[in-house]
Write a protein that binds this ligand. Structure first.
Ligand code: XIL
Length: 370
């Protein structure tokens, strides 16, 4: 009798505790779900730039005709910095010795100003997309070093002066260091190097600085995470800084892919360049689903490539956030997978955070989840 009433009581206690715990769990799961829903609703209203407000500006490379329809809305919602994908390069903006063409670049600067966005200028001196006239005289012969430098000075002075106070920083010198393949060669054998030798490196930064003393001046390059190329760039910049050349930052282009660079090499490059007192920007970010640019098989945006891309984007943005004191900007190279400069024919590369319908990809949601 005693035992049975004890068993009854403990059964009642057990059932009551079980019921109480269940109710509490149910309630708390409602609360969590409610909170989650509320956050994700708010999250869809936010843009990439809003998530990264306390970190760094988020930029995008655009063309003068990028500001139409839904794409204009996407640009305004997610980005607070613009870069001209092509139209500020020497060739397009300075097609002939006595003629500058400002209209296209002005359209981008005007859109940025109208929408409270920054503009980072790209690029003042490069071996590519530069008028052949720069290096030739009237008879078609190669010009002297004096003539080449005088033209380069005029170019930099005109372009930087025009956008003084509107373009906050410039990729002054682009891709001027030789690739890692040849470890003995430091400088790229560009027409500038062949005609002027290495002294044009210091001059381009000095001229840009004279034209706009407030502009932040960058050396910009790709494969900056490759240890051989990283060291070459580091050594050249170190020497220039020692000579007092006004260089303020290094642009890591960030044309990466789902396998490269490693987290270790990415961290090492940011740390090494920063150790010179230079600011870091990721200037041309895209993450190809192909490991190699020469990969010709069209594999498509398969679930496994998608997952690799998600993991890679997650990794790099975690590193960027951790190093936010060293990083002053992250710029994507193109807006969405609708068009990337890396697409070739029907081989699409899907390197960005927005899909062909301009919708945020899964990788986007991982990049803003922190
Ligand atoms: C690319 C543009 O995206 C293309 O439209 C153009 O045809 C070639 O140049 N490194 C740079 C950028 O510094 O200027 C390049 O932009 C991509 C590689």
């Amino acid at each position: 009798m005693k035992t049975s009433s004890f068993t009854k009581r403990s059964l009642i206690t057990f059932v009551s505790v079980f019921a109480l715990v269940s109710v509490l769990m149910l309630l708390s799961s409602y609360r969590v779900a409610g909170r989650k829903n509320a956050t994700s609703e708010a999250d869809t209203l936010k843009g990439l730039k809003d998530f990264y407000k306390g970190y760094f500006p988020i930029g995008v490379a655009v063309a003068p005709n990028s500001f139409e329809g839904a794409q204009a809305e996407l640009i305004k919602k997610h980005f607070n910095s613009l870069t001209a994908e092509n139209v500020m390069k020497p060739g397009p903006i300075h097609p002939e010795e006595k003629r500058y063409f400002w209209d296209d670049a002005d359209k981008i600067v005007n859109f940025a100003q109208a929408n409270g966005m920054k503009v980072r200028g790209h690029t003042l001196c490069w071996h590519s997309q530069t008028g052949a006239w720069m290096f030739k005289d009237a008879a078609g012969n190669q010009v002297s070093k004096e003539v080449a430098l005088a033209r380069l000075k005029d170019h930099i002075t005109q372009v930087v002066s025009r956008y003084k106070g509107k373009v906050y920083g410039w990729d002054v010198l682009n891709e001027a260091i030789a690739d890692d393949r040849d470890s003995t060669k430091i400088f790229r054998e560009s027409p500038w190097y062949k005609i002027c030798g290495e002294e044009y490196f210091a001059k381009v930064f000095q001229w840009a600085h004279e034209a706009d003393p407030n502009a932040v001046l960058f050396y910009n390059d790709y494969n900056t995470e490759n240890p051989v190329k990283r060291d070459k760039i580091y050594n050249v910049l170190k020497k220039l800084l020692k000579e007092g050349v006004p260089i303020h930052g290094v642009g890591l282009q960030g044309h990466w892919n789902v396998d490269n660079p490693s987290e270790q090499n990415l961290r090492a490059s940011i740390d090494k360049f920063s150790s010179l007192g230079l600011k870091i920007q990721i200037t041309e970010l895209d993450v190809s689903i192909y490991s190699s640019r020469t990969d010709t098989v069209n594999i498509g945006f398969t679930p496994s490539r998608e997952q690799k891309q998600i993991d890679f984007y997650k990794m790099i943005f975690k590193v960027f956030r951790e190093k936010k004191d060293l990083i002053t900007g992250v710029t994507f190279w193109n807006v969405s997978d609708r068009r990337s400069w890396l697409d070739r024919g029907n081989k699409k590369v899907y390197p960005l955070l927005f899909d062909e319908n301009l919708k945020p990809k899964k990788a986007y949601w991982e990049v803003v989840k922190f």
